[in-house]
Design a protein around this ligand. Sequence first.
Ligand SMILES: [Cu+2]
Length: 326
Amino acid sequence: MRDRWIWTIPIAGMALALTGCNGEQSTLHVFGAEARQVRQIALILAIGAALIAVIVASLYVRAVRAPEGRLSHEQGMRLVLWVGAIGPALILGALLLYALPTMRPRSTEAGDLIIRVEGEQFWWRVAYRPADGPELASANEVRVPVGRTVIFELTAQDVIHSFWIPGLAGKMDMIPGRTNQLVVRAEKTGRYRGVCAEFCGLSHALMAFDVIAMEPAAFDAWLAEASAVVPLPAIATPGRTLFDAQGCGACHAIGGTPHKATIGPDLSRFGERMTLGAGILPPTIEAVADFIRAPQQAKPGVRMPAYPQLSDADARAIALYLKGLQ
Ligand SMILES: [Cu+2]
C-alpha cells in the first residue's frame, strides 16, 4: 500500500508543473504550420518511446519467468538480430522517411514580406522590408500578418543567438556574418512570445520578444502608419528636452527627430511596445524610469550606461515622453 502512494508524489509534481504552462510560449499551443509539424513528430516520438519501453519491460518479465534453457543459442542470436538490429533500423528508417519532407522550407514568392531580425546583446533589432514600401526599423517586437508567408532573415552582430518562437516554428541560429532564412506562416491572431535559444552572455535568459499576429488588413494599416515619418511638434516637452540633453540620441533613433543612432533599440514607436527591455518588464512609467536610471539592475551586462544622476522626476519625464511615441 505504501509503495503505491510513492507514485502520487511525482505525478502530483508533474500536474503542478503543468499548471505553469500557458499558450503564450508553448510548443503545444501552436499558431503556425511549422510548429504543428514539430508537435506532431514529438507526439509520435513520445508514443513510440513509451511503446518500446512497455515492450522491453514485458519481454524482460517474460524472460525472467521463463524456465532456463527454453531458447537455444541460435534462437537467442536470431532474437538479438531482429529486436536489436533489424527492428530499430526499420523504425528509424520509417521515421526518417516521415520527417524528411517536413525539413524542406516552405516555398516563397517574390512579393513576400521580409522581416530582418538581428540578435544583439541582449535585444532584437527588427527591420520590416515590404516589397512595395520603405524599410521600417523597430526592436524587441515582431508583427506578422496572419495567413501570409513571412520570410525572416536572421543574423547577429556580436555572438551567436537563436531565434525561437515556440508557437510558430522551430529554432533558427543567428550567426554573425551569415544570414539564415526562416519561412513561416502564422494561422491565428494573438500575442505570443519568442526567446533567444542559444546562450549568448550574462543576460541570455532576459532576451525575449513579443510576436503579434494580426489580421492582414490591420497589419497593412499598421505598417503604412508606422512607415510614415511625422516630425514631432516644434515645442518640446520636458522629457524630450532631457532626452536630447542627456545624450540618449547617441545610441537611440526616434523617427521625426534628428536622432538616427543605431547602437541601441529604435525608440520611434516605443509607446506601442508591449514590453520593456526585450520582453522582460511591463512598460509602465515606473519601470521605464527605473530602467533608464539603472538598466543593469534589470539586465546584468546590458550595453546601456546607467544614469544615476537623473532624479526620479526627470527619469519619469523621459519615460512619459518615450511612452507617448507611437
Ligand atoms: Cu541571445
